[in-house]
Design a protein around this ligand. Structure first.
Ligand code: FAD
Length: 362
């Protein structure tokens, strides 16, 4: 049995940032990831402000070596059918980025391993029991079995919050948004370098050109609306757009099946216990419209690591409470802007998707 200070469950951006930061500060930490990072993942647009976080993690050079595609801004038809531009050039860091998310996540996990974390991918659901003041964790990876004892568990398993919910934390849902994404060949004439957002009666669309010149197109709507309208088919939905359909050659077959992902705004009612913390989407999850999911996952991953280091050092018992307070403040301030942003779109006030979102901040 190996003894660890911390076991991090989930090797997305939040888990990798937590493990990397802890390892750099001399903690013995393991990162257990369910996947092998081979498949496409949702969340490919990173805002310009990701740069200082990646610099802080010490991975900026490695990130640039992956040749991410620069994203110079967002064009949106939101509140009116006309396209408006929001250029990143006026932000302190110049451009945002389009990345292949599985490669980006794998890079962060690799950097955590280089910093000294023990990283295990392709793990089956970890078996965890509390033994006195520690956790006993059984991990199976590709037929190999390992047993660990850890003083702390960090739940970075995404919206599932697989571990925290077993500790009795409840997920508070603010909507039922989901994303249906398809990857197409980009047309040669498709302008790249920006994210396109377009509101429609049943939700909204976003699209962006990935580093390998594929075009990802995502339909965001509520679960029940998707279920009701899916018989019309994806093509019928895209035909209702004005701008998004022009980015693709509709005669092309998509590279991929439609991939569905939960995209609700949600948070846990409790993000820390005496010997566990939740980070990233597990703790609080944002609407992809905000473009903040990965940024916040890394920012709060670093913060969670800091609160663990402070608790193990001079910070005493208040550091987890301070972390929980920071998560609560972060989510409250996000909710305010989220309500305001949806309220800007008033063209379909009687349509269920918008009726659920208009006037919510009042
Ligand atoms: C459709 C859609 C589009 C999005 N677009 C953007 C975008 O453009 N920009 C942006 O910044 N954000 C976007 N987001 C949000 C962003 O993807 C998330 O906020 C971000 O991935 C959160 O990181 P995380 O590490 O907390 O969780 P995740 O990225 O979900 O990582 C969780 C990890 O845990 C692993 N895991 C799960 N269960 C277990 C287990 N039991 N044991 C071990 N491992 C486990 C998973 O395999 C995964 O690797 C989007 C989300 C959706 C749904």
């Amino acid at each position: 049995m190996k003894t660890l200070d911390v076991m991090v469950l989930g090797g997305g951006p939040a888990g990798a940032a937590t493990a990397l930061t802890l390892a750099r500060h001399g903690c013995s930490v393991a990162l257990a990831e369910r996947s092998d990072y081979a498949s496409d993942r949702a969340g490919e647009t990173l805002p310009p402000a990701i740069q200082p976080l990646l610099v802080q993690l010490g991975v900026w050079e490695q990130f640039l070596e992956q040749k991410p595609a620069p994203s110079f801004g967002v064009r949106s038809a939101w509140g009116s059918a006309e396209l408006r531009s929001h250029d990143f050039i006026f932000t302190p860091y110049g451009s945002g980025w389009h990345v292949a998310r599985n490669h980006f996540d794998a890079l962060l996990a690799r950097c955590a391993a280089e910093a000294g974390a023990q990283v295990y991918s392709s793990v089956a659901e970890p078996q965890i029991v509390e033994k006195g003041k520690a956790w006993q964790i059984d991990l199976s990876t590709r037929g190999e079995h390992r047993r660990f004892q850890a003083g702390l568990i960090v739940d970075a398993t995404g919206r599932r919050a697989a571990f925290a919910r077993k500790q009795g934390a409840r997920r508070i849902l603010f909507d039922a948004l989901m994303g249906a994404s398809v990857v197409f060949p980009a047309r040669e004439s498709t302008p790249s370098g920006f994210t396109l957002i377009e509101a429609v009666e049943n939700g909204w669309w976003y699209s962006g050109v990935l580093p390998d010149s594929r075009l990802i197109v995502v339909y965001m709507t509520d679960g029940d609306i998707y279920a009701r309208t899916r018989k019309d088919g994806w093509r019928a939905q895209i035909d209702r757009t004005r701008h998004t359909r022009l980015r693709m050659n509709l005669r092309d077959l998509p590279f991929s099946e439609t991939r569905l992902a939960a995209a609700n705004t949600s948070r846990l009612d409790r993000v820390a216990g005496p010997n566990w913390l939740a980070v990233g989407d597990a703790a609080m999850a944002f609407d992809p419209l905000s473009g903040q999911g990965v940024y916040k996952a890394i920012q709060f991953g670093i913060r969670a690591a800091d609160s663990i280091l402070r608790r193990n050092g001079y910070g005493g018992d208040t550091s987890f409470q301070e972390y929980a307070d920071a998560v609560a403040r972060g989510h409250t301030s996000y909710l305010k802007s989220w309500y305001q942003f949806y309220d800007l779109e008033r063209r379909w006030r009687s349509a269920p998707f918008w009726r659920r979102r208009n006037n919510r901040g009042c």
